[in-house]
Design a protein around this ligand. Structure first.
Ligand SMILES: [Fe+2]
Length: 338
């Protein structure tokens, strides 16, 4: 393995700046993996094949991992600290909450800008290593801060779903319960037992954004959370999922740390074009950093592979593979600036 490969096994560092809308918390405890994590193994793991994806579809994915049952992530102490931090950030959550422009009711994306504790938790190599073992693929903290550390709160209006049927714009994410699940009526996290195409066809929608409608009950699995601090991992870009509406007003807070496949030269299903339409401050530069980092890792790898015997058509194919995601992202930005 060359030096460049090793370098690309580390997640891209977070930006040095912070959007001015985000207020960093003061007086936070320091995150310690030893003290705040209590990583356990999930009891069951389901593959994309279990959900009905074909061999051809699976080959085109980053991994054949589908999702798993919830397992313990935070220690008792970790839950206590994290819960308090989520409560403190609630008053500085994203502004677009409740405007109807977003699928989610109430959330704080980019929570790592507000909390160093959350940032260090999401960035912890212990967590990434544990998740990599579960998914059987090398995962690192996602390089886009908006999704690397997200918090979802219950919407103020409980007649609204916490989150409607959708797939994610990033391929791997953890959904970690931060509230006491015994005190929540409704609000179940559900997964459709089928492919995303089937799910969309049944609902009559296209694209990845959600719709608040019903799917046949017998094809839905709810993921139980035994207590706060438990979470599960999913290849969210391939799993059609939602969080149901609450039946009674309750605290239902989840943390959603996202991950990307490493090395950075590997295939990456992050949907940067979709995410560039989000209203989060700094989102376009965050996505640009991500796409530049992935493209430059692929280019560096390509530089080591180019042979004087390469046919021009091979070169075109290889160069395209290295840069086409970055170029499409750039073209889309250009269009939306007009
Ligand atoms: Fe999701």
């Amino acid at each position: 393995m060359g030096i460049s490969m090793n370098k690309h096994l580390k997640p891209l560092s977070f930006p040095n700046e912070c959007p001015e809308q985000y207020i960093p918390l003061d007086h936070e405890p320091m995150f310690s993996a030893k003290k705040h994590l209590s990583l356990e193994k999930p009891e069951s793991i389901y593959s994309l094949k279990n959900l009905g994806y074909s061999e051809e579809e699976i080959v085109n994915c980053e991994s054949s991992f589908g999702f798993c049952s919830a397992f313990r992530i935070l220690s008792e102490e970790g839950v206590k600290v994290m819960k308090h931090i989520c409560e403190r950030i609630y008053n500085n959550r994203n502004e677009s909450a409740g405007t109807g422009a977003n699928r989610l009711g109430s959330y704080a994306r980019g929570a790592g800008y507000r909390s160093k504790f959350i940032r260090d938790f999401c960035d912890s190599p212990e967590l990434a290593k544990h998740l990599s073992t579960i998914a059987k693929v090398t995962l690192g903290r996602h390089s886009v801060p908006a999704v690397a550390c997200g918090i979802n709160y219950a919407p103020d209006d409980i007649t609204k779903a916490v989150d409607t049927w959708h797939v994610d714009s990033v391929s791997f994410d953890v959904v970690m319960m931060m509230s006491n699940p015994l005190l929540i009526k409704g609000g179940e996290f559900q997964i459709f037992n089928g492919t995303k195409e089937e799910g969309r066809d049944l609902l009559g929608i296209s694209g990845e954004e959600g719709v608040d409608a019903s799917l046949p009950q017998e094809r839905i699995t709810s993921i139980p959370f035994p207590s706060a601090g438990y979470g599960f991992l999913q290849q969210g870009s391939m799993i059609f999922h939602r969080a149901c509406r609450l039946l009674e007003k309750a605290d239902r807070t989840t943390m959603i740390p996202s991950f990307e496949i490493l090395p950075r030269s590997a295939q990456d299903d992050t949907n940067s074009i979709n995410m560039s339409g989000w209203s989060d401050p700094g989102i376009c530069p965050e996505l640009a950093r991500h796409e530049i980092s992935r493209a430059s890792a692929r280019l560096e790898e390509l530089l080591e592979q180019v042979s004087l015997k390469d046919h021009p058509s091979d070169l075109v194919r290889k160069i395209d593979r290295a840069v086409n995601k970055l170029i499409s992202f750039k073209n889309n930005l250009e269009e939306s600036c007009k």
